[in-house]
Design a protein around this ligand. Sequence first.
Ligand SMILES: Nc1ncnc2c1ncn2[C@@H]1O[C@H](COP(=O)(O)OP(=O)(O)OP(=O)(O)O)[C@@H](O)[C@H]1O
Length: 270
Amino acid sequence: MIEFRSVGKTFDDGTVAVRDFSLVLPSHSTTVLLGSSGSGKTTLLRMINRMVDPTSGSVLIDGADVAGRRPVELRRSIGYVMQNSGLLPHRTVIDNVATVPVLRGVRKRDARARALELLDTVGLDRALADRYPSQLSGGQQQRVGVARGLAADPNILLMDEPFGAVDPLVRAELQQELLRLQGELGKTVVFVTHDVDEAFLLADQVVIMREGGEVAQRGTPAEILAGPADDFVAGFIGADRGSRRLHVREVNGARVVVDAQGRAAGVLEP
Ligand SMILES: Nc1ncnc2c1ncn2[C@@H]1O[C@H](COP(=O)(O)OP(=O)(O)OP(=O)(O)O)[C@@H](O)[C@H]1O
């Protein structure tokens, strides 16, 4: 379990990124921080592995304050996947995946063998292992990024807009892959995005954020859809535009669910 207790962050230049943020993130589930640019999502994510230290309050992992952990050691024990995969350009795919385990003392041969297994896990062909990142597509690079995030077998996986830079089709594929992986591995995933559909698809818990790290609403996707807390949330998730309203239409005796544009979304079971 990860817990933010009245956390604040004011950067050296006086920017208040987060005022007072509290949240519990249950283990083995996915929490999505959803909000527009500058709402403090990345800052909060990075507090978990001490890439950023809060200026007030504390962050706890399984009840222990991360302030008591050595940052480098903590960072290597937590998976981190970012938007542009963050791969080392002069290292091959397999070396990129094996880097952290080697730094943690795993023998190189063992780390490479495990890295090959991880390529399978994220749905990448082992034939790509000796390529350099620039020789991969964007979607393949992101998969390598996920494999690298999983390499140290962390309990916690931090994902900062990991699929933001790939085209919509590949993005949808990566989202499905993450759902499958999460079903198998059951990590504690913290996922940052400003894409509402992505958030609702992946999250067990969604946290909708306003500027300054203020929580506008927290709940399951169904709870938020069923009852947006205010106009800000309704606007953010598109409820006010009716774009998430589904209707039932009778077609040849069957009840078909259609979206705001009249597109068929599915059939209601009798
Ligand atoms: N190192 C820094 N120094 C000063 N201000 C910063 C620093 N890092 C972030 N900020 C500011 O803190 C605020 C929150 O930034 P943060 O990156 O956490 O937002 P975000 O919600 O992740 O945004 P995005 O979706 O654009 O990544 C912004 O106003 C940003 O400009």
